[in-house]
Ligand binder design. Sequence first.
Ligand SMILES: *Cc1c(COP(=O)(O)O)cnc(C)c1O
Length: 363
Amino acid sequence: MAAEGITKLMTRPIRAIVDLSALRHNLGIARKHAPHARIMAVIKANGYGHGMLRTAKALETADGFAVLNLGEAIALREAGFRQEILLLEGFFSSDEISLLKQHDLSTVIHAQWQIDALLQTPVSAPIQAWLKINTGMNRLGFQPDDFPAALRNLQQAGAQVTLMTHFSSADEINGITEQLSLFNTLTHDLQLPRSMSNSAATLTFPDALGDWIRPGIMLYGASPMSHINASELGLKPAMTFTSKIIAMRDIQAGETVGYGGTFRAPGTMRIGTVACGYADGYPRHAPTGTPVLVNGQHSRIIGRVSMDMLTVDLSGIPDARIGSSVTLWGKDLPVDEIASAAGTISYELLCAVAARVPLSEAE
Ligand SMILES: *Cc1c(COP(=O)(O)O)cnc(C)c1O
């Protein structure tokens, strides 16, 4: 009852609607590209803003889920997910090791101190360890020279090992060649499962699929590559970010709109105020001209994005009214277009949808 009361009071019309069938469809695209690999669905950052448990449920046929926090991994186990669950940055202190074991969680091992901690923390059954090799990203992982000893120590600690690396430029042409050949040189004669590819590599480098792929962004229907759009990849947007027009006015030539008066009307025009601002997760850096849909018709935002509102050009949309629907991104308006207008990537926009935006789902 209480929850329902709160839901009813979410009267501000902004919503993020998650299309569960799009998530399932995009998982199917990942499978089509990697029919012989298992899929570690990356649902960190609250499922890239789509809701972690909701996303996991929609993607329940995935072979594994990757997150960052122990608490998230345990929440997935407690929600009943039986597949492999991987901590992408591994554990952060040796206190976590017994919980990893208790909940049958897999951990990335990227540094010697983690192996030392494992050696000093006897556990009854083998730990599932994803041993990370730094092949050029220079973020996490063992240097190639240190890798053989790390593997030996980890196996001595009783771990079951999967080998992994992460590409720095899989979204660029020829972006993985050097890293892949280094990884192959280090691992080709080891009879251990291997995992290399994020979304971009899964979609463009069939020789890097390995035993486990690790797709993230493609599952949410955005393109990991600036030179290919999501629909060309067969992906469907999983999130539609919508709101409504809450005010309208006609302005005269020379009048300005919004903070700083950065937009000046070239002539008489009709404008609309939308209940969505940067505190909802819409990028403040989106300039005049960033695309938006009003009643399904293409328009543009004008002036600066404020904390709670933004303004749209209604000149070409005679049927626009107070209450008309506004699509900020999603179905029929790729989030990649908004990201590129704002000088960022879809990942950042999806993750940044604010907690105050009610998230709901549609089949
Ligand atoms: C986030 C992440 C991924 C997923 O990357 P996408 O580009 O979203 O597909 C895969 N592997 C690792 C190690 C990651 O941190």
